[in-house]
Design a binder for this molecule. Structure first.
Ligand code: NGO
Length: 525
């Protein structure tokens, strides 16, 4: 789906009056907080038409109605969230009784401009209606409703009132791929951590979780035909910690959890470089038949599979075959970055071989920009990560590849915010909050029809805990999500930083330890 302009764009009032979210409306003694303006959400909606006379108040007798089977999962998810926050029963019913205030989730025909991920939200005193043609659209609409409710909705049993601003939103994404990449190889993160991250990225309508499952320092997914990949390759991590790996069942649990938030998992097995953990697990994968020691440092670009050795093909067939069988999503990522130890012709023939294995398994290949040097199967998705106009991206685009942009000087969340940041790398940074927001995927020399989307990339050389991940992702990730979703016409740093500041109470309620960057006018708290 490609976003087209709609007349409602002119109704946007982005950023208006956000600083005055709490105002006295009921005389000198009592202060009633004003509801969150429709245009205050992140990502900015395509069009918001406020109607101050039409605010809705959720109360103890409110109900949630569903219409169309695709609405059920989101109704369950929303009911759980709202019941926890309000303490109200909020039953899910097929129709409301006279006088009941309603949140209605309607799956069915909607304005064609919203495509398969968009939604329409209408707020009147008697009902909030979220309408979409798909489950994904309804879920995004429900995440919007969540942001329109006070942040204390995230705290169990909070006091009301629960007022939602009146009016209409019509909303759909600019790009179909709005990704977050998580490196579980340099440091291992538990299933619970990954699921928490899934919930955090879903808040901002991210729809792809790219899991970097293998690297020099760790192999993180059990493969039945090659068990030592997990037991040896997964046994350590950067700094020499214990590492870890996901069983097939655990990986499937992550995939299912992501799917329940309409997020597709794209698993990456990095090849032909970044493979020391695999080489350490099986001597026969090495050209000289000798396994190297496990690696716990942070250098890149020193390892390679033995291109052309028959067992390398067997290995790729088995690993990609099993991963494809465990993965319902359309994509398998074969990495392809920084393979600096093998000659260019070997690299190209390897990429051609491994992408064909992916195709044979019925999946679409994904890889880092460097794979543009090889002949790629139709439909391949290439991820640009260099800081400027990357020749490999241009080569890939010239072949017709679809391109996801993650320019490291903007979209690499593993870079320090500023030279003083305790965590993070420096090679492409620092990446300030403003830098993470100050870019446009249309400006990277890729034909407009081939830009598939954006990705916020979180490599974990310096990140060992969930708090570390959150500190680096927040507040930068929402900006990249907005670049992937919102129309370029809504792009404004001055308005965005106000909207971003207004997210802080929600992160606090959710226990997200974000970086209080001095660039953002955070509310006093
Ligand atoms: C590069 C490199 C990774 C590093 C990362 C650190 C890509 C695609 N390959 O990005 O191995 O972890 O930088 O920022």
């Amino acid at each position: 789906m490609r976003a087209g302009a709609v007349g409602l764009v002119s109704l946007l009032a982005l950023g208006a009056g956000l600083g005055a979210c709490a105002a006295s409306t009921a005389g000198p003694e009592t202060t009633t907080p004003m509801p969150v303006p429709l245009s205050a959400i992140i990502p900015a909606p395509v069009a918001a038409h406020p109607d101050p006379a039409a605010d809705f108040t959720l109360d103890r007798s409110s109900v949630i109605t569903v219409s169309g089977g695709a609405a059920d999962p989101t109704a369950q998810w929303l009911a759980t969230l709202l019941r926890r926050g309000t303490g109200f029963p909020l039953p899910i019913v097929s129709s409301a009784r006279q006088g009941e205030r309603v949140i209605a989730l309607v799956a069915g025909p909607a304005d064609p401009s919203i495509g398969d991920e968009g939604y329409m939200l209408s707020v009147t005193p008697s009902e909030v209606v979220i309408r979409a043609s798909s489950g994904a659209g309804l879920f995004h609409g429900a995440e919007t409703l969540r942001q329109l409710l006070p942040a204390r909705i995230e705290d169990p049993g909070s006091p009301g009132p629960w007022v939602v601003s009146g009016g209409q939103i019509l909303d759909y994404p600019r790009y179909p791929w709005r990704g977050a990449m998580l490196d579980v190889a340099r440091h291992f993160f538990s299933v619970a951590d990954v699921e928490r991250y899934i919930d955090e990225i879903a808040l901002y309508k991210i729809n792809v979780l790219h899991l970097h499952l293998s690297d020099d320092q760790g192999w993180r997914i059990a493969i039945s035909a090659w068990p030592q990949l997990a037991t040896i390759g997964g046994s350590t991590e950067v700094g020499g910690g214990l590492g870890g790996y996901y069983t097939g069942e655990q990986y499937q649990e992550i995939v299912a959890y992501a799917a329940s938030r309409y997020i597709t998992v794209v698993p990456e097995i990095d090849t032909p470089g970044h493979v020391n953990a695999a080489l350490a697990s099986y001597p026969e994968l090495n050209c000289d038949g000798i396994a190297p020691a496990p690696y716990t440092g942070t250098d890149v670009g020193f390892s390679s599979l033995c291109v052309g050795k028959p067992i390398t093909t067997q290995f790729l067939d088995d690993v990609i075959g099993e991963l494809a069988a465990l993965t319902p999503g359309a994509y398998i990522d074969i990495g392809g970055d920084e393979a600096t130890t093998i000659p260019a012709p070997d690299y190209a023939s390897f990429v051609e071989q491994v992408t064909q294995i992916v195709v044979k398994q019925g999946k679409t290949p994904v890889g880092w920009a460097e794979i543009g040097a090889a002949t790629l199967p139709p439909g391949t998705v290439v991820e640009g990560w260099d800081t400027g106009h990357d020749a490999s991206v241009q080569e890939a685009a010239a072949q017709g590849a679809r391109v996801v942009l993650a320019p490291a000087d903007h979209a690499y969340l593993d870079q320090k915010y500023d030279p003083e940041t305790a965590l993070g790398l420096t090679w492409a940074g620092p990446v300030s909050v403003e830098a993470s927001y100050a870019w446009d995927p249309a400006q990277y020399g890729v034909p407009a029809g081939q830009v598939e989307g954006v990705e916020a990339t979180l490599f974990s050389e310096t990140l060992t805990t969930m708090s570390d991940l959150e500190f680096m992702a927040f507040p930068r990730l929402p900006g990249i999500a907005e670049i992937g979703w919102s129309p370029p016409s809504s792009h404004s740093w001055d308005a965005y930083r106000e909207r971003l500041a207004a997210q802080a109470p929600r992160w606090e309620a959710l226990g997200i330890g974000f970086y209080r960057s001095p660039e953002i006018p955070w509310p006093a708290g």
